[in-house]
Design a protein around this ligand. Structure first.
Ligand SMILES: NC(=O)C1=CN([C@@H]2O[C@H](COP(=O)(O)OP(=O)(O)OC[C@H]3O[C@@H](n4cnc5c(N)ncnc54)[C@H](O)[C@@H]3O)[C@@H](O)[C@H]2O)C=CC1
Ligand SMILES: Nc1nc(O)c(N)c(N[C@@H]2O[C@H](COP(=O)(O)O)[C@@H](O)[C@H]2O)n1
Length: 253
């Protein structure tokens, strides 16, 4: 059992990291009208079963998989490989990584439950560097640590979001060579528009469905902030089209 040729062609293992950061794959599923969720952020199952299996293969090809705390709270994801066919050799599980400035992650989330059941790796939760006197923050930190999370404090950027540069350096020095970023909207925008460019490949599943204007769009950014893309490959999985692109001039470091 091995990943579909589409993936092995574009993410030939082992994926090569950069000196200061992992290789970054940004991926999400969208409707034909470029929505990633329904009204009020309601989670939508956009991918059909064939492209969902493709996404789970992609998970096995990365050392870590990242979501923002908005997604963690809204979707309560598992970020595992449960849609792959049964096998005697266990699939590689990616390390779950959550960007969570204020430590809002629920101590009862599925990621922590799976870790305690032995069916998932301990999540790494990245947060801001807090004031020592912030007792509520310290309590949340202690609770999540007691539930099995590794909490890592990193600096914020000028917009008061966690610094993507520091995050990627920390992941690389913790042995993460390849990172799959799954969303949601703010995370997609932060990674896609980061200067210098840090996304090595963008893989978008397009489902033949319409969500309408109340849905959540894939990005928040205007055209000037978005990178130019070069098409790499496309494939169909069941009814869905999957498109892989590379941002032009992505950093070589
Ligand atoms: N269709 C798909 O493939 C996916 C859809 N989604 C959908 O996306 C929605 C969640 O998206 P959002 O609310 O935008 O939350 P998000 O998942 O993008 O998390 C945003 C939060 O992350 C934290 N954060 C820390 N540093 C950050 C940084 N540098 N950049 C951005 N965020 C940073 C902040 O607390 C921020 O509020 C949900 O409706 C979910 O269902 C999420 C993932 C994939
Ligand atoms: N590939 C894909 N297709 C969709 O239709 C989706 N809604 C998502 N969402 C992402 O997958 C996470 C859920 O993962 P688990 O099924 O719990 O393992 C969700 O939080 C989004 O990151 N992806």
């Amino acid at each position: 059992m091995s990943p579909p040729e589409f993936l092995s062609n574009i993410l030939s293992p082992p994926i090569q990291p950069h000196t200061n950061r992992p290789h970054v794959t940004l991926t999400y599923a969208q409707s034909l009208d470029a929505k990633i969720a329904g009204a009020n952020g309601n989670q939508l199952i956009l991918s059909g079963k064939e492209s969902l299996v493709m996404t789970h293969w992609m998970r096995t090809m990365h050392d870590a998989i990242l979501v923002g705390v908005g997604t963690a709270l809204n979707d309560d994801p598992q970020l595992n490989t449960r849609h792959l066919p049964p096998t005697t050799t266990p699939y590689k599980l990616p390390r779950p990584v959550i960007l969570d400035s204020e430590l809002r992650l629920s101590p009862t989330c599925k990621l922590l439950k799976n870790f305690k059941l032995g069916t998932g790796l301990a999540p790494w939760v990245f947060c801001k560097i807090s004031d020592e006197n912030d007792e509520a923050f310290t309590r949340r930190r202690e609770t999540l640590t007691a539930e099995g999370a590794r909490i890592v404090s990193i600096p914020e950027d000028s917009a008061k979001r966690l610094s993507i540069t520091h995050l990627l350096e920390e992941l690389r020095s913790s042995g993460i060579s390849s990172l799959m970023v799954e969303g949601g909207r703010q995370i997609i925008s932060s990674f896609l528009c980061h200067k210098p460019l840090v996304v090595d490949i963008l893989i978008v599943t397009v489902a033949p469905t319409l969500v309408g204007s109340s849905g959540v769009g894939a990005t928040l950014e205007n055209l000037e902030s978005l990178p130019k893309l070069k098409h790499i490959a496309s494939a169909t999985f069941g009814p869905d089209s999957v498109i892989a692109c590379r941002p032009e001039n992505v950093g070589a470091s």
